[in-house]
Structure formats: structure tokens, C-alpha cells
Design a protein around this ligand. Structure first.
Ligand SMILES: NC(=O)C1=CN([C@@H]2O[C@H](COP(=O)(O)OP(=O)(O)OC[C@H]3O[C@@H](n4cnc5c(N)ncnc54)[C@H](OP(=O)(O)O)[C@@H]3O)[C@@H](O)[C@H]2O)C=CC1
Ligand SMILES: CC(=O)N[C@@H](CCC(=O)OP(=O)(O)O)C(=O)O
Length: 343
């Protein structure tokens, strides 16, 4: 059995990891941390886990985590980078759900995240965990940077068009909506029900910290820099991301539906919907799936890709488990065969 630890077990992605890992046939969750609830049984905080999780929250300390085979960081940015080096030295594989190891340029990371990187020497080694792009590297990784929720939806949506060089790389537009759980569990005025309910707004239009991450990923696919406008929105729902992605076709437009179906034919967690479909976030809620539809309105040269994920599953904990499976030599779908909740 893989002995797994979760740092940040009381947050939304932490408890989502617990939901997936307690039923994973190859995993034993041995350590779950929380500074605020240390000493409390996990199933007292989360009664849905009664009978499934027999541990109590502990303080996030390297000594307690060093016996794990894998440690997940479901913590705010700036936490994993303080502990990763010590855990790796103990032979522990580290899977970070935060952004500490996603951006390859440490100065660029500091500009967007407003702090100095605590271990820039590890950034080069960290593998970006988008299995549909770099599965073979993930299998060899001991330090894994899970993509952000918006970056997962945007990159999977654009991937076939960019790989085949079919759109103008200079003028990509990603108009993306997220449910409020994307902001985490901590109390904040913008995510109060009375603020998010019955209303809808864009935010961080001038520049969101996922912009450099998405641009880095798309540039890797394109083999050159890309020009991206990314506008996130907060919508009145709890889970889910809906990305509407625009691009201008260049050269001969191929049969785009067939292109997407072929590119993702072997991908267990990417589902290309039939031509003309408009994906709905509730059809991926609770599952590790990304559903995608491709449109070419009026047959003109603007292509519109629609991609939906659950931000807490394919956008965070599910993708982290998919990566753990690959890193530990398991089939990548173990523990992730989940049908979406409907409604
Ligand atoms: N929510 C989402 O949809 C997604 C989130 N992410 C990323 O995943 C990470 C976790 O997000 P989320 O679960 O939403 O966050 P939450 O705010 O819901 O939870 C954060 C968790 O981290 C713990 N924590 C906070 N500070 C520290 C610290 N200094 N040291 C150790 N533990 C700490 C908290 O518990 P305590 O304070 O008790 O220790 C809590 O359990 C973030 O980096 C986020 O950006 C990535 C993709 C999607
Ligand atoms: C709705 C909402 O507030 N979403 C978050 C993104 C959450 C996330 O997953 O970001 P990281 O993993 O990169 O920290 C935000 O815009 O800050």
C-alpha cells in the first residue's frame, strides 16, 4: 500500500483528496495535517468519512510526514516550498496542488505571487502534472506541480489546435468562469453567499496569476511564445469551471471535430462531445472528467472551444491522484472511475 500524507486536510482540495484516497484500493492515508484542528479526528470534522478514515489531524511537521511514500500539499501558495526539500531528502514523493513549482522562471513566479521563492533550485526538477501532455515525465517525477484549475481547462481545450498549429498564436482569448469553491474554504467577503448569489462578475482582468502558467504551457505546446488574453469570472455556483476559448483559424481548417476526437481518443479523462454539443458543468461535477466541444460558428474563421471541469477534481485533487498513480506505477485511473453527480 502507498502511505499517503495530506498537508492541509481541512481545506476544500484537502477533503476532496480524502474523499478520493479513502476509497483508493492502493492507498492508506496515514497523516493528515491541520494547524487549527490538530488533535481532532478527521471523521469528526468530516462525518462523511466515518468508518473510512481512522486518523486525527496533526501539525504539519516533516518528522510526522517523513514515513509517508507520497505527501500531497493542499495548502496556500508558499507552503510546499518550505517543506519539499526535506521531504524529498527522506525519499518522499511530493505532489503540490499549489502553484509553488508550476512556473519555471523563479523571478516571474515572485512577481505574480508576491513573495521570494524559498527553494528555486528545485523548480527545474519539478514536473508539471498535466498527464495528457507529459505523461512519461510524470512517471519519473519525485516532485510534481499540479496545474491550477483554470490552467487545466484552458490547456486541455486549446491543446489539439495548438499542437497542430491551426490557430493564430498571437490572439488567443480565454473567457473562463469558476464556482466559488475555487477560492478555497477560508472566510472572505467576496465568496459570501450574499455576495456571489444572484450576481456574476469578472475579476483580475488586468492580470490573473494563472496567466503566466497558462502562457507557459501553451508556449511549450506551440514551440514559441503565445499572446493570451485571460479573463476569469466568479459565477454563483459552488463547483465547476467553464472555459470558452477563442482562436482565429489560420490556413486550411481541417475537420476540427475529428481532430479533437483523435487527439483525445486514448485519454481516459477527456471526453470530446458530439458535434454541436454545449457542455454543462454539472455533467462533470464530482468526476475527474474534462468535457470538450468544438464549434466553428457560421463556418467562419473563428473557432470556439468549450471545456468544462470540476475545479476540485480534474482541476485539483483528482488530477493529483491521477499523477500519483502514474508516479507510483499504477494505472492512472485507479480510484478515479467516478460518475458525475446529476443534478
Ligand atoms: N480550490 C480550488 O478549486 C483549487 C485550489 N488549488 C490550490 O490548492 C491549494 C489549496 O486550496 P484550497 O483547498 O482551496 O484551500 P483552503 O483554503 O480551502 O485550505 C487550505 C488548507 O491549508 C492549510 N494551511 C493553511 N496555511 C497553512 C500553512 N502555512 N501550513 C500548513 N497548512 C496550512 C489549512 O488548514 P490549517 O490552517 O488548519 O492548517 C487548510 O487545510 C491552494 O494552493 C490553491 O490555490 C488548486 C486548484 C483548484
Ligand atoms: C474563484 C477563485 O477565486 N479562484 C481562484 C483560483 C484558484 C486556484 O486554483 O488557483 P491556484 O491553484 O493557482 O492557487 C483565484 O482566482 O484565485
Amino acid at each position: 500500500m502507498i502511505r499517503a500524507g495530506i498537508v492541509g486536510g481541512t481545506g476544500y482540495t484537502g477533503v476532496e483528496l480524502l474523499r478520493l484516497l479513502v476509497l483508493h484500493p492502493g492507498v492508506d492515508v496515514t497523516v493528515v495535517t491541520s494547524r487549527s484542528d490538530a488533535g481532532m479526528r478527521v471523521d469528526a470534522q468530516y462525518p462523511s468519512l466515518r468508518g473510512l478514515c481512522d486518523v486525527s489531524f496533526t501539525e504539519p511537521e516533516v518528522d510526522a510526514l517523513a514515513d509517508c511514500d507520497v505527501v500531497f500539499f493542499a495548502t496556500p501558495n508558499g507552503t510546499a516550498m518550505l517543506m519539499a526539500e526535506s521531504l524529498l531528502a527522506h525519499g518522499v514523493k511530493v505532489i503540490d496542488l499549489s502553484a509553488d513549482f508550476r512556473i519555471k522562471d523563479a523571478l516571474e513566479w515572485s512577481r505574480w505571487y508576491g513573495m521570494e521563492h524559498a527553494c528555486p533550485e528545485l523548480i527545474a526538477e519539478a514536473v508539471y502534472g498535466l498527464p495528457e501532455v507529459n505523461r512519461e515525465q510524470i512517471k519519473q517525477a519525485r516532485l510534481l506541480a499540479c496545474p491550477g484549475c483554470y490552467p487545466t481547462a484552458v490547456q486541455l481545450g486549446y491543446l489539439p489546435l495548438i499542437e497542430r498549429q491551426l490557430i493564430d498564436f498571437e490572439h488567443l482569448i480565454a473567457d473562463v468562469k469558476s464556482g466559488a469553491s475555487g477560492a478555497g474554504r477560508k472566510a472572505q467577503v467576496p465568496t459570501l453567499m450574499s455576495e456571489t448569489g444572484e450576481s456574476f462578475k469578472a475579476y483580475a482582468v488586468a492580470g490573473h496569476r494563472h496567466l503566466p502558467e497558462i502562457s507557459q504551457g501553451l508556449a511549450m505546446m506551440a514551440g514559441k511564445p503565445v499572446g493570451l488574453t485571460f479573463v476569469p469570472h466568479l459565477i454563483p455556483m459552488i463547483r465547476g469551471i467553464h472555459a470558452t476559448l477563442y482562436g482565429r483559424l489560420t490556413g486550411d481548417a481541417e475537420e476540427l471535430q475529428a481532430l479533437y476526437e483523435e487527439r483525445y481518443a486514448e485519454e481516459r479523462f477527456v471526453d470530446v462531445l458530439p458535434a454541436g454539443a454545449q457542455p454543462d458543468t454539472r455533467n462533470v461535477k464530482g468526476s475527474n472528467n474534462c468535457q470538450i466541444a468544438i464549434h466553428q460558428p457560421q463556418g467562419k474563421d473563428t473557432v470556439v472551444v468549450l471545456a468544462v471541469i470540476d475545479n476540485l477534481v480534474k482541476g485539483a485533487a483528482g488530477q493529483a491522484v491521477q499523477n500519483m498513480n502514474l508516479m507510483c506505477g499504477l494505472d492512472e485511473s485507479v480510484g478515479l472511475d467516478i460518475v458525475a453527480l446529476y443534478p
